[in-house]
Design a protein around this ligand. Structure first.
Ligand SMILES: *[C@@H]1O[C@H](CO)[C@@H](O)[C@H](O)[C@H]1NC(C)=O
Ligand SMILES: *[C@@H]1O[C@H](CO)[C@@H](O)[C@H](O)[C@H]1NC(C)=O
Ligand SMILES: *[C@@H]1O[C@H](CO)[C@@H](O)[C@H](O)[C@H]1NC(C)=O
Ligand SMILES: *[C@@H]1O[C@H](CO)[C@@H](O)[C@H](O)[C@H]1NC(C)=O
Ligand SMILES: *[C@@H]1O[C@H](CO)[C@@H](O)[C@H](O)[C@H]1NC(C)=O
Length: 487
């Protein structure tokens, strides 16, 4: 085994959000669903409303998924007054009508445009039309904007130029007086983690995420961010590629302002079950927005039980909003290439003094992995480390109570004939006051739903040891052991 690096990132674990965008949204990473990966331009009112209904009847809304987002290809150009016209074939009743229906279901609706003259699908963009577009979307009842970077007329190259172009829309959205979550999608150009936190709720960090665990692809340059020289945009980027680029700026995120590693590929067919579990775990851990993109009317049991793991969602929605950092990374098969064979430890604090430990095994063989308490509490400084290393910790496996295939099947079966969630079969967060309340509290040790299952205890100065599947993770929550429990 060869150590390749041990990043010492800026010690600023809790960035101070002095200039945060004050729209009161995305205080935890946004949860929802987007049309793009499964439907592309073949979207319409039926797709949106059928999906919204399934989000209810499959129980996703109960778990906190909230936004239903119309991506590219909804516009049919502008009218004489310069306002967008919605495509009348796809949206015969208009988008305000669809937004109203989505709101009636208790969900929120999002839309898409580009900070350019055209969108990536070559539909009408919003550059120089920020005011009209924001006004129109607000009048339709839109709650969320995904704002892309295609056909930007070369208005990039310095953080200032990119900032100005994206700030124009941020200001226009604010001026409408409607709370609209602002998700910018400029693929990492000019380092949005430095310029976007003051103007947006989230910013894409790199190229588009493909439905693949690990792959070199000419369309996605840079396997790794080497300083800022790496060309971040691109597409067909693998999960490991995007993850490894994200290891460089975890401390830039905070409540209301998140690194966006791109939408989830869970349930889209390209990943093994272990890979899909790892993808979802990693995206939740690093506090990326979690936007599903699978076809809800065709969801299978395994996909449902991944996307509906409340123990993992509770990490994503943890009230502390702190993003873990990568502590170490080793090549384990000497492939000499980034991504292909490696193991990593990501760790950081959760509310209530708990600690997240995520061990990634990207190599092609399962392995026993371990992390010492010194590694796990590395960012807390010498004193904090001493305290935390010198106590006992209970270890909970956040996948230890994954929903059974049978329970997931019961939910899927019921969802096709009922318009309400089968809460008998699923996790009933509604009964506990709703997902917002549940996730805003530190979970009780007895809650299998939120803690998974207890798999052991680490003694002072000890080591966490776990079995991790190939292309998989162990996602653990450490809780200080109450000394009285030991009597
Ligand atoms: C607009 O920005 C101001 C100043 O940051 C903020 O107080 C206000 O809540 C914002 N309004 C909306 C609707 O986002
Ligand atoms: C809506 O789009 C879906 C998915 O592309 C398609 O199967 C369906 O026929 C469309 N429905 C209408 C009414 O256009
Ligand atoms: C253009 O669209 C806007 C918003 O829907 C509408 O208020 C306006 O009347 C339209 N103008 C023309 C010339 O059709
Ligand atoms: C911890 O893992 C490393 C790397 O796989 C291995 O070399 C070492 O023997 C393990 N240590 C323990 C105590 O299991
Ligand atoms: C809901 O799930 C439970 C438990 O799996 C099952 O017994 C029940 O039949 C389901 N309800 C419906 C309406 O399918």
């Amino acid at each position: 085994m060869k150590t390749i690096q041990s990043h010492i990132l800026s010690g600023a674990l809790f960035a101070v959000a002095t200039n945060a965008l004050k729209n009161g949204l995305a205080l935890t990473p946004q949860l929802g669903w987007n049309t793009w990966n499964s439907f592309g331009c073949d979207l319409n009112e039926t797709v949106i409303l059928d999906t919204a209904e399934r989000i209810i009847s499959l129980g996703f809304k109960d778990l906190g998924y909230e936004y239903v987002i119309i991506d590219d290809c909804w516009s049919a150009g502008r009218n004489e007054s310069g306002y967008h016209i919605a495509d009348a074939t796809k949206f015969p009743n208009g988008i305000a009508h669809v937004a109203g229906k989505v709101h009636d279901l208790g969900l929120k609706i999002g839309i898409y445009s580009s900070a350019g003259t055209m969108t990536c699908g070559r539909f009408e963009g919003s550059l120089h039309y920020e005011k009209q577009d924001a006004e129109l979307w607000a009048s339709w009842g839109i709650d969320y904007l995904k704002y892309d970077n295609c056909y930007n007329e070369g208005e990039e190259g310095t953080p200032k130029i990119s900032f100005d172009r994206y700030n124009a829309m941020g200001k226009a959205l604010n001026a409408t007086g409607r709370q609209i979550l602002y998700a910018i999608c400029n693929w990492g150009v000019d380092g949005p983690w430095n310029f976007a936190p003051t103007i947006a709720n989230s910013w894409r960090t790199s190229g588009d995420l493909a439905n693949v665990w690990d792959r070199d692809d000419v369309n996605c340059p840079c396997a790794e961010m080497e300083g800022l020289d790496c060309k971040l945009p691109g597409w067909k980027c693998s999960i490991l590629n995007v993850l490894n680029k994200a290891a460089y700026y975890p401390s830039k995120a905070y409540p209301g302002a998140w690194n966006d590693l791109d939408m989830l590929q869970v349930g889209n067919g390209g990943l093994t079950d272990d890979e899909a579990v790892a993808h979802f775990s990693l995206w939740a851990a690093v506090k990326s927005p979690l936007l599903m993109t699978n076809v809800m009317t065709k969801i299978d049991a395994k996909t449902l039980s991944i996307l509906q793991n409340p123990a993992v969602l509770a990490v994503s929605q943890d009230p502390l909003g702190s993003t873990p950092s990568r502590r170490w990374r080793y090549f384990v098969d000497d492939s000499g290439k980034y991504g292909h064979g490696e193991i990593q430890l990501h760790t950081g604090p959760l509310s209530g003094g708990d600690q997240l430990v995520l061990l990634l095994n990207a190599a092609s063989k399962p392995r026993e992995m371990n992390a010492t308490l010194v590694d796990i509490f590395w960012l807390n400084g010498a004193e904090g480390t001493a305290d935390q290393v010198q106590q006992s910790w209970d270890v909970y496996d956040l996948w230890g109570n994954r929903m059974s295939d049978e329970a997931a099947e019961a939910i899927i079966k019921a969802s096709s004939s009922s318009s309400s969630a089968n809460r008998t079969a699923g996790y009933n967060l509604e009964a506990m006051g709703g997902s917002k309340k549940v996730y805003s509290q530190t979970p009780s040790a007895s809650s299998k739903m939120l803690m998974g299952s207890k798999v052991g205890t680490v003694r002072p100065s000890g080591t966490v040891k776990v079995h991790v599947p190939a292309h998989g993770v162990a996602m653990l929550r450490l809780r200080a052991k109450n000394q009285k429990d030991e009597l």
